[in-house]
Design a protein around this ligand. Structure first.
Ligand code: G3I
Length: 381
């Protein structure tokens, strides 16, 4: 009897060992899988980041900060460094919030972006009264040198000029342009380089996939280079949709900008699945369509997107990242314009009060099908 029990015990013990040994590799594999993140997957390709808002900067959005640190290795300030906040009066600079933003990036060894030194929108009101070109030049020099010197060695890349072009590639008739002509562009880039020679300097704009606007960027960059100004990159904002722009148009712009000898960055990536007014013009922030507010046909997913649309979003992001990986030698950074859907500017623009779902993480900070599609891309190719 005893021999039988011993045999039975040995059999049971060996089976136990076998089962557990079998589990180990899966467990290790599972643990390894849990550590996968966007910054880990793309660490040899390009920086991958997100725009951060007040909640990330003041520490109240603890779940958002956790995702930021886990998933991303670069950050961009969605609003806090815009002229109206950081230089509210002619002789007043306000750095407290921007200091906290920069500390968030530096403390987490992230590539820190400054956005944006010269933009016609979100200006302090007093700036719109400046009509003398000498005074405008003095103000621009002081604005740029004061801010860039404040963060010298702490901000790695500056959006020096944002959205200086019209859709046809001509120069936007902003107050900067109307007062100084196109000389404000050269002044801005030269002043930024003087203040921090090591910072990467970028021209940033939306709809840069459009052939006419692409030609405008090529003219703008070439003129800056001929003037001796330092420009290191072109930022394609990438506020796209499920339907466009075409991968071909995006690719043609990546190639055209890269041929100028500058890096290409995708600086404000989001993909809207909501219908937009037919005459919407890119990401020009001043557009608003009050007539559509409350119209359910323009806000089809107030309680979340159906699986079928989540799959379309995943496929669109997969196509986009396939292109990014194809040209990773030309691309230095991909930044999403927000961390999770609930924080996206697209919930209130161009139609206020909508529920949009343009990012990789949902309102519960959980990864969407689109996140998994992007993460799995490299394993599949
Ligand atoms: O902070 C005030 C708050 O005190 C006030 O109660 C509230 C209601 O009026 O407004 C708040 O300011 C808003 C700000 O975002 C912060 O939430 C402004 O009205 C609103 O216009 C501003 O929108 C930002 C927009 O730029 C204009 O600055 C968006 O969040 C931001 O995502 C968007 O980002 C721009 C890029 O900087 C440049 N490229 C295009 C992109 C989208 O327009």
């Amino acid at each position: 009897m005893q021999k039988k029990s011993l045999e039975l015990f040995s059999l049971l013990f060996l089976s136990f060992l076998f089962i557990n040994c079998q589990d180990q590799p899966e467990k290790k594999q599972e643990n390894k899988k849990e550590k996968v993140s966007l910054q880990m997957v793309f660490k040899d390709d390009f920086y991958i980041g997100a725009a951060v808002n007040d909640g990330h900067i003041d520490g109240t959005d603890t779940l958002g900060i956790k995702l930021l640190k886990e998933q991303f290795n670069t950050i961009t300030p969605e609003n806090v460094m815009k002229w109206m906040y950081i230089h509210p009066q002619r002789d007043t600079f306000y750095f407290d919030t921007a200091d906290k933003y920069v500390a968030l990036g530096n403390d987490n060894n992230m590539h820190v972006v400054g956005h944006a030194l010269v933009w016609h929108s979100q200006l302090a009101e007093w700036m719109n009264q400046v009509k003398d070109s000498t005074e405008m030049a003095t103000i621009l020099k002081e604005h740029i040198s004061t801010i860039v010197k404040q963060y010298k060695g702490k901000i790695d890349t500056w959006d020096v000029v944002n959205e200086a072009l019209n859709e046809d590639g001509t120069l936007r008739e902003s107050n900067f342009y109307n007062v100084m002509g196109d000389s404000y562009l050269e002044l801005a880039f030269k002043e930024a380089a003087k203040a921090d020679p090591d910072a990467q300097l970028v021209y940033n704009d939306y709809n840069l996939w459009k052939p006419e606007k692409r030609a405008g960027v090529v003219r703008l960059v070439k003129k800056l280079q001929e003037s001796g100004a330092k420009i290191d990159g072109v930022g394609m904002q990438a506020h796209w949709s499920l339907l466009g722009p075409s991968i071909e148009d995006i690719e043609n712009s990546i190639i055209a900008y890269s041929e100028l000898g500058v890096k290409v960055m995708f600086t404000e990536l989001d993909v809207t699945a909501l219908p937009n007014p037919w005459d919407l013009n890119g990401a020009a922030v001043e557009q608003s369509y009050e007539q559509y507010e409350g119209d359910p046909t323009m806000n089809p997913y107030p309680n979340g997107m159906p699986d079928s649309v989540q799959i379309k979003l995943a496929e669109r992001y997969e196509d986009i990242f396939k292109l990014f990986l194809k040209h990773k030698d030309k691309i230095s950074r991909v930044t999403f314009w927000g961390v999770q859907d609930g924080q996206s500017w697209l919930n209130s623009w161009p139609i206020n009060g909508r529920t949009n779902h343009p990012l990789l993480f949902d309102r519960q900070y959980l990864p969407k099908k689109a996140y998994q599609a992007v993460i799995d891309l490299k394993e599949k190719n």
